[in-house]
Ligand binder design. Sequence first.
Ligand code: SAM
Length: 324
Amino acid sequence: MVRLVGYDTEKEKIGICYDGKLLWRELSDLQHWDRWLHSHLKKLGRNFERIPTKRLKKLVQNSWSMDEVTEGKRPEMTKSIAVCNKWLSSLIELLPGEEAQSFLNDEIYMNKKEATVARLKAQKAAKDYGQFFSSTSSIEKVCECLQKLYSAQEIESSVFLEPSCGDGRFFQHIQSIRGQKIIAMEIDASVAGLARKSAVGLSNLSVEITIADFLSSSRQIDTESNLIVVGNPPFSNSHNPHDDIAYQFIQHCAVEWCANTIAFILPDRCLKPDYTAKVLADLNLHGHEWKLAESVHEPQSSFDFLGTKKIQKPSVIQIYHRFQ
Ligand SMILES: C[S@@+](CC[C@H](N)C(=O)[O-])C[C@H]1O[C@@H](n2cnc3c(N)ncnc32)[C@H](O)[C@@H]1O
């Protein structure tokens, strides 16, 4: 036997009595299981009478208890409680065992809630940091562009820098065009851990990974080496959406790291002539002559998010190169 026994506005939870036990659940839990059961039964060709949303919403406007209702202090609620109890009973009756336990067993319910909160937090952090990883085809195009610009010997004697290396998926491609050394940075320690795994077994490429904010870093190699920057910088800064973090990465590579070449996968807004003109004008303020050596539009490109989702986003591969 299951029935509603109250609502607490402070907890924002509905009291439910099930088999003599008091459970506190959120309105969103009831809505979740309503949706879940509806689509589960639909696949089996069966119907399920949907949640009485309007009545349930009336029951969560103020705190109340069943004692008040039985004492006749809340006559306006009696009908809504009866309708919601009918729906709740059929929900519990029709939910399969494991799903019913997720709703009714406090320990399982709490564990699942915590897991969901942790997953959403990780998802938000991944989004805030712009963890959209490049596709193999885009990385291969970056490498092809570099091979047009440099001979094999020049690539071998250069140092590579990947300022926001993500899970390290560029490394093996740099090894395959005969790069010998790459310095990589990543702000998120857990993602840097994935990059470390990607570096294992790359016997011809020396990989140094640092957990750091690239925008606060400075050049860590001798002044003689030719420095080629590769990667896919975060496209925007969620903390300040007006900040163009991709632009800041380009400037930091040129000014602080004295890069010779910056080969980036960028959002396709960077294709606009005004944008590239501004980037070049600012790069050229520091006594060197920079040119845009390549600009390859990738209207169909996609990025991997959290290892599970493919996000379609047009991009452009741009190679800024210093000629002096
Ligand atoms: C768009 S992903 C690209 C990853 C990888 N370069 C690729 O092409 O797949 C950007 C990465 O930069 C990291 N990141 C964001 N801000 C950063 C910063 N200020 N310094 C270093 N890494 C940063 C994010 O955590 C994310 O892993």
